[in-house]
Ligand binder design. Structure first.
Ligand code: URA
Length: 209
């Protein structure tokens, strides 16, 4: 069964407050999203496996731990997910970055994949799918479907803010995908925005309207 982790670390919560604030401008918003993504990456990598290697300290030979070489893939959902990539790469610089783009079909209102580019060794990687907002869950579910269709076996989903509706939808569709959240908000409003949320993450990141 999927687990849901809400990161209540004080630094994450502090920065999230300024991310939410409508008076925070584009430059600062982008920097804060980047910083929170780094802090979340620290938490999300807690289960990475380690192995012992032999080294010599200035004092004596020693066995010491290094990451055991698990390959990571980061997949932002276009476009707002891009804002979280560099922050994660600061801690996992060897990760490969794929991209998935989705549009909403005007008739079915369902997300449809229009672009996907993944690292070639999909089956061997652990993937972190990222999008700042988990609203209805439609995009996250479809992005994860896209990865699974191409052979991805281990997937985590990471976002800044989630609505309960989105969390439940992803859990129901992908019971093998753990969800990592900085804040679980109250609800979705009639326009599909998370309340209280932060507005449109893509527009705020890229300075568009
Ligand atoms: N996408 C956003 O950018 N904001 C929301 O509140 C919901 C979806």
């Amino acid at each position: 069964m999927a687990k849901v982790y809400v990161f209540d670390h004080p630094l994450i919560q502090h920065k999230l407050t300024y991310i939410r604030d409508k008076n925070t401008g584009t430059k600062e918003f982008r920097e804060l999203v980047d910083e929170v993504a780094t802090l979340m990456a620290f938490e999300i990598t807690r289960d990475m496996s380690l192995e012992d290697i032999d080294i010599e300290t200035p004092v004596c030979p020693a066995k010491s731990k290094v990451l055991s070489g698990k390959k990571i893939g980061i997949v932002p959902i276009l476009r707002a997910g891009i804002g979280m990539v560099d922050g994660i790469l600061k801690l996992i610089p060897a990760a490969k970055v794929g991209h998935v783009g989705l549009y909403r079909d005007p008739e079915t209102l369902m997300p449809v994949e229009y672009y996907i580019k993944l690292p070639s060794d999909v089956e061997e990687r652990d993937f972190i799918v990222v999008d700042p907002m988990l609203a209805t869950g439609g995009s996250a579910i479809e992005a994860i479907n896209s990865l699974k269709k191409r052979g991805a076996k281990h997937i985590k989903f990471m976002c800044l803010i989630a609505a309960p509706e989105g969390v439940e939808a992803v859990k129901a569709a992908h019971s093998d995908v753990d969800i990592y959240i900085a804040a679980l908000d109250e609800k979705l409003n009639d326009h599909g925005y998370i309340v209280p949320g932060l507005g449109d993450a893509g527009d705020r990141l890229f300075g568009t309207k």
